[in-house]
Write a protein that binds this ligand. Structure first.
Ligand SMILES: [Zn+2]
Length: 293
């Protein structure tokens, strides 16, 4: 069996195969037992959105072992069970809409390619005129930023076990959530990197909590991001918290969901207090909103 064409038609048979197997294993709830074993899209995290900055969910079919999947060189998070595996693919904001593919290896089928389509999405654009001082870095600041970026690259390459038990995140801080993920900013006519996270408005000192269990893999005070904590949730799913006024976690510490990791602030290059929250999958910043209930 190969490619996505075959997978498009397998949704129903897979459900009934799952039902039959769960029944055979005694895992299927009896009618009236208070819950149902029927999967539904409403309970799926992250929500599928195959656009630049979104996440594609690619069905891989059954296999006795968890398939090994890659996008280019980058390992992918594969979730599910031996009846139906799914690869979760973070799609870069810079990706061109159109055909894309991943490679998948299973003991049964060997190595195969699975193709999918990246749909177009138009993000809004913001033109700002600002004092050149605020966009042109001094040689010292530029050197600092380059050192910090090299360090962050090594942090972003983290791909660890165990895989996350759930992908449904709670909000790291209560507050108004901006919809500015993907916003293309142009300062004085120069295009900057698009906004790659969610900004949540909250006052300085408001506690920031882990949205999922995770290991602290980096803390620091960075030129652009200010006080920053990185969490590793396993399987290449990372999250980042920036502009913190306080950091209450140490590298290596394992936090349960809901544990305080720091407090909202206005450190780094910002105009006011807020949390910048980034979610990274297969080394790609994706829209955090897709992981929220
Ligand atoms: Zn931001």
């Amino acid at each position: 069996m190969s490619s996505s064409a075959a997978n498009l038609n397998t949704a129903k048979p897979e459900l009934s195969r799952r039902t039959a197997l769960l029944g055979a294993l005694g895992l299927l709830a009896l009618p009236g037992a208070g819950f149902t074993a029927t999967p539904s899209d409403a309970g799926v995290w992250p929500r599928p959105l195959p656009v630049p900055g979104g996440v594609a969910r690619l069905p891989l079919g059954p296999s006795a072992q968890r398939p090994v999947a890659h996008q280019g060189e980058q390992p992918l998070l594969v979730v599910g069970d031996m009846i139906a595996w799914t690869a979760l693919v973070g799609i870069p904001l810079a990706a061109a809409p159109g055909e894309a593919s991943i490679s998948v290896r299973t003991p049964e089928d060997g190595l195969r390619q699975i193709s999918y389509r990246i749909a177009p999405k138009r993000y809004s654009e913001q033109h700002l005129k600002v004092s050149p001082r605020t966009v042109d870095l001094s040689p010292e600041d530029l050197a600092r930023h380059q050192r910090e970026r090299a360090h962050q690259e090594t942090v972003m390459a983290t791909f660890s076990q165990p895989l996350p038990a759930t992908l449904r995140m709670r909000v790291p801080v209560p507050g108004r959530q901006s919809s500015s993920f993907g916003l293309r900013r142009v300062f004085n006519g120069q295009a900057r990197n698009p906004h790659s996270g969610m900004d949540i408005a909250a006052g300085t000192g408001t506690p920031v909590v882990a949205p999922l269990p995770g290991r602290v893999i980096d803390v620091g005070d960075y030129f652009f991001n200010g006080g920053t904590v990185w969490l590793d949730h396993g399987g290449g799913l990372l999250s980042m918290y920036c502009h913190l006024s306080a950091i209450d976690a140490q590298t290596g510490e394992v936090l349960p969901a809901g544990a305080r990791l720091g407090a909202v602030g206005a450190t780094g290059r910002v105009t006011g207090p807020h949390l910048h929250w980034g979610v990274m999958l297969n080394r790609t910043m994706v829209d955090p909103a897709l992981f929220l209930a």
